[in-house]
Ligand binder design. Structure first.
Ligand code: ZN
Length: 337
């Protein structure tokens, strides 16, 4: 019990630190787990890593039952949830449960994402890690949950010494048995992606201002100003919209441009929550959630880190629809704040 308590305290401290940096984790995205005997302690779906130190964001699930099912190649297991707090384990619990290492973190770091959304992501990552001693696996895009867990399991069996995983159009996993080495490995991996741009949190201003449209605020970001000045705002957004799961789930299948909007409707209902105008930029409803604002900022931060948008590979229409209509994601949206 004492070990579990200690793991909870140090895990919560790490989650709060990393989770409060919008360049590493946005809203309810990302998750953390640790293992203790037969149990896996994992962040609950819809919870924020940044809240970890002042509320219990974790649930305890049975791991040994899941591992037994895994031996039969069954990834579609309902994990036994011991927690009485009414929370559900993260959508991404399976990949935490199957990795052998004691501590596992999954993040969506802007700098890593900006590489993972590119067509030649494998080469770029190999290049960045070539002089490091980090052992890593590269995982093609798979729907989070069962499909992604299956792909990670296959690659883990092929290269079992890997403790860093890069997930195409998605994010990063770091896993270690010893907590201090775990923290060091996270920092070491992230540092390889640092390029001086956007490295300091709040080194640029992305902010909300009063707008000329009732019930909407104007959202400013350097990328928006740049794209508007080049008259390629609408084209760029439409072409490069669905680039990772959380953006799609929180921001919708395609960007809404004001020409499709009846402003009278928007005044009454503040819908859509976010829309764009080709010449004026981005508007967000005054009733937006913190999660929507975090995802909006994340998207433009990712674009900010990419020099040439023709290198971007978006999610396919089918993969996007699969995510958009997924009940597990609807649950996550329903508990957003
Ligand atoms: Zn994720």
């Amino acid at each position: 019990m004492l070990d579990t308590y200690n793991d909870h305290v140090k895990g919560a401290e790490l989650c709060a630190k990393l989770g409060s940096n919008p360049l590493l984790s946005q809203g309810a995205g990302g998750n953390y787990s640790w293992k203790s005997e037969d149990s896996l302690f994992i962040k609950a779906s819809g919870m924020w890593l940044s809240d970890a130190q002042y509320k219990n964001i974790f649930v305890e699930v049975n791991r040994s039952n899941y591992l037994n099912e895994l031996k039969e190649n069954n990834f579609d297991v309902d994990l036994i949830n011991y927690s009485q707090n009414g929370l559900k384990p993260s959508i991404e619990t399976s990949m935490h449960a199957l990795l052998p290492q004691k501590y596992v973190i999954h993040l969506h770091p802007i700098k890593v994402l900006s590489v993972l959304v590119q067509k030649n992501w494998k080469l770029l990552i190999q290049e960045k890690l070539k002089n490091s001693s980090i052992i890593f696996n590269l995982i093609d895009y798979h729907k989070p949950g069962k499909e992604l867990a299956e792909a990670i399991n296959i690659s883990k069996n092929l290269n079992s010494s890997a403790n860093v995983y890069f997930l195409k159009n998605h994010g990063l996993i770091v896993a270690e048995d010893e907590f201090e080495s775990f923290k060091n490995l996270i920092l070491k991996t992230l540092s390889l992606f640092s390029d001086g741009k956007l490295d300091e949190q709040d080194s640029y201003s992305s902010e909300l201002k009063i707008s000329d449209i009732p019930n909407y605020l104007h959202f400013n970001h350097p990328v928006i100003s740049k794209l508007i000045s080049e008259s390629i705002f609408q084209e760029t957004l439409e072409k490069n919209w669905r680039i990772y799961p959380d953006h799609l789930v929180f921001m919708g299948m395609r960007p809404t441009f004001s020409s499709k909007l009846s402003l009278k409707e928007s005044e009454k209902e503040c819908k859509p929550v976010i829309f764009f105008e080709a010449s004026n930029g981005c508007y967000i409803s005054k009733n937006h959630t913190k999660a929507q604002l975090a995802q909006l900022r994340c998207y433009f931060d990712v674009l900010f880190s990419i020099d040439d948008y023709s290198t971007i590979e978006s999610l396919s229409e089918n993969d996007s629809l699969d995510l958009f209509n997924w009940d597990a994601e609807k649950y996550r949206l329903s508990v957003q704040r």
